[in-house]
Unconditional design. Structure first.
Length: 694
């Protein structure tokens, strides 16, 4: 059963956490909130924004007190050569430090509680642990034993953490706007025609079979079918199709797209979670909540890093306190810096920010990613299998040649004109191909009388007083029209034409190759990817298409049930195979392939068998999808390399490895700055994906 998008919940601190029911975030323990509000979908990121505002507000509330704490600290006075001392200074420092500790540190304590509740200690636990150790030590130094406190270090540490999380969440929010942007596409109201009058109602109040009118320049409020009018619709924001699409009676329209130059009267066909926008949002949510394999690796590394940080902090404390004694204050400062700098936030953000932006970028280009694992594998593809009809070809018949039998006194144009006149009453795709060829040659068709159709064979009728029959050999045999030997090297579907019970000629038709199919094959070859084609056509027809497109492997005479075996055959050869099909007839082979790509989904985007859904019937989007996969992987590798390299460098430095030789010491507040900067760097590196042109 399809999940209603309005029942999904997310963490206000981490929008990558998406669940189907309310509860607690497994990362930070906060209460999950509805991802999309029922009454106000445009505010679906307001909770995330409020958390950003929370960090910002606490930062500015505590900042003046942090500055005052620094001014009162003995070390600061010593470094800057001034004296600001008075009786009760330690009590003032304790009061300021306590206020900053509880007011500024509260978000970290709440989140740490959630991590511990979920038995998944991570970044927030480390932060809470570090500032708590520093605060308890300072309180003990104030009241239990004489010594220098760490109030200014802890205060600046909290301040830097608040600033870092505020900036970081700002950056993350910029990467997670796909759903809110899609929700904004739907206009808040619609012009409903009721009892002959037009009234404005809320879009969410529309029901199936309601009739609405859309004026020029307005957004189409909901999915439907055109009843009256003619116009063009800009569907680029939904399907990625850059050209305006003609709309007239009987055509489907998509809610959220823009009506251009004419008025349209539309009957509502879909509402709520059945609409195209809702289906796209559902797919994006599923993609953002799914994880590539590399994410699981990063998650495990982040979990291990918590224990590494605690152990490294403890070992550093013992080392500088007992093995190479530098005093309790020095050892505690080192230990806090180690714990802080090892926070695994950059590692935790390295992959989710990339996958979130990828799903958004893909949607803007008409590429819907259902499963991130599929996109991850797509970069390794070395064989792409296309179903011929409707993918590499238009699925429309076109005349390739016309032949007249020896001894028949009729021109090719006249033969074609008579056949086209007969076919004006037929809706078959072959008939349409013959009619289109007659129009192309500017041949005027005549009215047909005594028309009779022979299903699966052809038709017979009278045109300009002449009896005309057009169809296959079986029809000619049935009508007693004697067939002649006809030697023609053309391949394709044959339509024999009989005039006055005499076989006069034959029209050859072929499924028309798409204009951009050759370009697709060439681009895949340039990417080091081979191309295969599946078709039920006979060998001669299929191989001609294969030669024209320079296809590497052509499978002919393939029945629908045999497609899976052909995919398996390529996989047994050690190939990473992508199958491209229409998502309905090709469902088994899409599932069998390493990556299933459904092409030409149009308004029917909920295709279960595919990993990637292409909104347009454009095979070039296959190239775009593979390119997106490679660029996504590149960003993931860059972010993981940075996050891992940062920890490899930062933890030993914070532990004081450079101090004996170079006198370099990483103080806790500097460690916090470095940790926050590392997180922001991976987010902004991921944001660069948004500027990628596929």
């Amino acid at each position: 059963m399809e999940t209603d998008i309005k029942t999904l919940y997310t963490c206000p601190m981490d929008p990558d956490v998406i669940k189907h029911s309310p509860g607690f975030c497994p990362k930070c323990g906060m209460d999950l909130v509805p991802l999309i509000k029922k009454e106000k979908t445009e505010d679906n990121h307001s909770h995330h924004s409020s958390m950003e505002d929370n960090f910002k507000r606490r930062f500015f509330i505590t900042l003046p007190l942090v500055i005052f704490t620094m001014l009162l600290s003995p070390n600061i006075q010593k470094w800057f050569h001034y004296v600001f001392n008075f009786q009760g200074r330690e009590i003032v420092l304790f009061t300021l430090g306590t206020f900053i500790f509880f007011i500024g540190g509260m978000p970290f304590f709440i989140a740490a509680k959630g991590e511990l509740k979920a038995k998944s200690p991570a970044m927030m636990t480390l932060v809470a642990f570090a500032i708590t150790v520093g605060y308890i030590f300072s309180v003990a130094a104030t009241f239990l034993f004489p010594g220098e406190s760490l109030y200014w270090e802890i205060s600046t540490l909290i301040s830097v953490f608040l600033l870092g999380h505020w900036l970081e969440m700002r950056a993350v929010r910029g990467a997670t706007g796909a759903l809110s942007e899609l929700a904004k596409l739907i206009p808040p109201s619609a012009h409903l025609i009721k009892n002959g009058k037009t009234i404005d109602v809320k879009t969410e109040e529309l029901a199936i079979k309601d009739v609405v009118i859309v004026k020029p320049g307005e957004k189409i409020p909901v999915d439907g079918v055109v009843l009256e009018g003619q116009s063009f619709a800009d569907e680029s924001m939904v399907t990625g199709e850059s050209r305006p699409i003609s709309k007239q009676k009987g055509d489907k329209v998509i809610g959220g797209t823009i009506n251009q130059d004419g008025s349209l009267t539309i009957e509502v066909s879909k509402t709520g979670s059945d609409t195209v926008i809702s289906q796209i949002m559902k797919l994006i949510q599923e993609a953002q909540s799914s994880k590539p394999n590399v994410q699981h690796l990063a998650d495990r590394a982040a979990g291990v890093l918590f224990y590494i940080a605690v152990i490294a902090g403890f070992v550093s404390f013992i080392f500088w306190l007992l093995i190479i004694p530098h005093g309790l204050i020095f050892a505690a400062t080192i230990a806090v810096a180690v714990v802080v700098v090892a926070c695994p936030h950059a590692l935790g953000l390295a992959i989710p920010t990339v996958t979130t932006i990828t799903s958004t970028l893909g949607a803007k280009n008409g590429i819907l990613i259902k499963e991130m694992k599929g996109l991850e594998i797509a970069r390794k593809i070395n064989y792409v299998v296309f179903d011929k009809t409707g993918t590499l070809t238009k699925g429309e018949f076109g005349v390739s040649s016309v032949g007249v039998f020896t001894g028949v006194e009729i021109s090719k144009d006249e033969l074609l004109r008579l056949a086209a006149s007969l076919e004006t009453n037929s809706q078959h795709s072959i008939a349409k191909g013959i009619l289109e060829e007659a129009k192309k040659n500017k041949l005027n068709t005549s009215k047909v009388s005594n028309f009779k159709s022979y299903p699966g064979k052809g038709a017979v009728g009278t045109v300009d007083g002449v009896k005309v029959a057009a169809g296959n050999k079986a029809l000619m045999d049935q009508l007693g029209i004697k067939n002649q030997n006809f030697d023609n090297k053309s391949t394709g579907t044959q339509v024999f034409v009989g005039i006055d019970n005499k076989l006069s000629g034959v029209i050859f038709l072929k499924d028309q190759i798409r204009e951009d199919s050759k370009d697709v094959v060439d681009k895949l070859h340039s990417m080091g990817i081979k191309v295969a084609m599946l078709t039920g056509d006979v060998k001669e027809v299929a191989e001609e298409v294969g030669e024209r497109l320079n296809i590497d492997t052509v499978f002919t005479g393939v029945l629908p049930g045999d497609k899976v075996e052909r995919v398996k055959e390529l996989q047994k050869g050690g190939n990473i195979v992508a199958m491209v099909g229409d998502g309905v007839n090709d469902a088994p082979s899409l599932t069998q392939a390493h990556v299933g790509i459904a092409i030409g989904a149009g308004t029917d985007v909920a295709i279960e068998s595919a990993d990637i859904v292409l909104m347009k019937s454009d095979p070039l989007d296959v190239v775009k999808a593979i390119s997106l996969s490679r660029k996504t992987n590149s960003k993931m590798v860059q972010n993981l390399a940075w996050a891992t390299g940062y920890n490899v460098f930062a933890i030993p430095t914070a532990a004081g490895i450079l101090y004996p030789t170079f006198g370099v010491l990483l103080r806790p507040e500097w460690a916090a700055l470095l940790m926050s900067a590392s997180s922001i760097i991976v987010v902004f590196n991921a944001l660069l994906l948004r500027k990628t042109k596929l």
